[in-house]
Design a protein. Sequence first.
Lengths: 204, 520
Amino acid sequence: MSEVLDTLRARIRTIEGHTPAPRAQVASGQVALDARVGGLPCPGLVEVAGVLGSGGTRLVLGWAAACTQRGERVAWVEVEPALHPPTAASLGVSLPLLLVVRPDGERAAWAVEELLRSGCFGLVITTVEVGGALVGRRWEAAARQGRSTLVLLTACAAPQVPAELRVQVARGAGRIHRRRGAPAGGALPLPAWRPELDPWGGSA
Amino acid sequence: MSGPPQPRFEILPFAAVAVGPRYLVAHLPAFALERCGWSAEELVVLVALQQSALRVVACSPAAVAAGLFVGMRAAEARARLPEVVVAPWDEVGEAADRVELVRALEPLCDRIAALGSSALVLEISACTTWYGSEAEVAARVRARLGELGHRAHVAVADHPQAARALACVGREEVVAAGEGAWALAALPLEVLAPSEGFAEALATLGLRTVGQLARLDAASVAGRWGAEGVALHRVARGLPGPAWMARPVPLPLERVRITVEEELADREAVALRLDQGLVRLRDQLAARELVAAVVEVRLELAWGPSVIVRARAAHPTRDPVTLGRLLRDRLTPLTLEAPVCGLLLHAHEVAPDDGGQRHLIERREGGGRWSELVARLSDVLGDDAVFQAQPAAAWQPERTWVPRAILAAPPPASRASPTIEDPVELQEGAAWCAPRPRPTLLRSPPLPVNLRVVEGRPVALLTRQGAAPIRRARGPELLSGGWWEASGGFQRSYWVVEVPEGAAWVFEEGGAWFLHGWFD
């Protein structure tokens, strides 16, 4: 009974704005990641760094598939047309729940911020270049307001945003590079292709 | 015996005599009904709530002939004439139509204004230069009103009230300058539209005609009845009316002009004025039970052309918070070359308010509204920049999906896997018809690359840094189609190649190699 009362008191304080909303985590759909860090921060920022072809998109689309399977919307923001939606669908992403936004370079950061703040999306994935620390802070505030998770796909080795979780991807292998509140490190196996989707046909 | 030489007077033609302003008044006795499309022969009355009862405010000539009159109760009118059509009086709509009527006559004379609820006044002293005579001007005005579906009585005099008095009683005359008193003398005092108290006072004194009022002493009129008495006394005596005061034509109810005392140099000041104007626009739209689907703001700059910004609302609304946010989002990326010296708000597209209450609290909640977000993004980024993907039946990889309009609500999530029911597929097994591996990222258009090919297999990727070996390659996968198209279709040999970074998708077509995507 006292626990229930404490919980209610905490919620009331939260509504009244005396304490910040507790940070939660949502399942990413990737067993290894959920077991290691508990899931994706929500609200929060996640950064996936890796060059083209390293497997970062495949990792992120797996998280998007889990998100759409929960009935939540996912937004994909890119300046240059790149995402191939049929492949995303084959990985389990529900296309009716996927919104693709292709802003020009000047409005890209604004578009990401609007999507985060709207609260309509469980996940906002972007490949937009971050134009400075202010953009990252604005995205963080917008994610907090809309209770959304931003995933930034970047090829830069250096951190681009104040991410709570940072994953480095290289040649099909991943590594948790940074994690807020706990020691970083640890290999992170990337989700393997389904056999029928393996570009190598299942061969080594 | 001769006296001092007499001055010589030269008699000038009438048109050359310097006169004061000349006023033309067009009285439209049935404007309230004609604007709604009712004709004079139809039995129609307009009613409005007055003195705690529905009363007649306008009658068609046929209804008047049948014994109905302005001021009677609607129930009484129905009792007298059961077949009469009783329609509600739309005061706001009538005002808007009156403004449009003024605009329609502006090409004839730029000095025009509404005079009361059923008349127009034009100052035509300069018009005779173009049209020849005041009678010709009157004929043109009458004809133009006739084209617009209105019957009008037109009169011209030195004073607008004098011309109006003549037009109201149906005397379509061009009263010469200085002869107004003679023209009005025999008319009853009611034509001057005195106030109730003034009319009662004149009746008490036994005054019935305009001529009797004109014979009173001006000082005593001023002492007894003040400004109203003085004004009507001048009309009765045929004295010239006041000089034309240019009055701005009121804006339609879907527009709001925001005046600024000093130029606005920063966005916050512009946004504040915008919010104030949107509140006024909301009230004007609410009076007509309208909502705005598209709202536009014109920023008038101190120098240079005006800037026009337009925004579309996901759901038509008149909520100033919602419309203000849409306009501010549109204004944010703009660079203003000069300070703002005026704003004009315009509900560019309006729709009837269906009365549906979409949100209990008309404010932005933390969860946001999907349609509003999509509309805002589309408005700022363009309709082509925000979309959902729909698979398409095509062999060419870049055509296997098309952008489509965004669904208002997502379909319910389903975890069920599609089952294969085709008997051939079941018999042959799903292996050959299973989805082929496709890259997660597809380049558009494909990037030309240089590959070293040995016996038809790519073995190295040639870049500026040198030759990067291809560790393994799988293919070819032959894709072709579209031969019926004007371009002749495509015929490609696709390979999955492993380069130092990862797995890429390349193809050969017409002897050239292209990088099409990444298995990222």
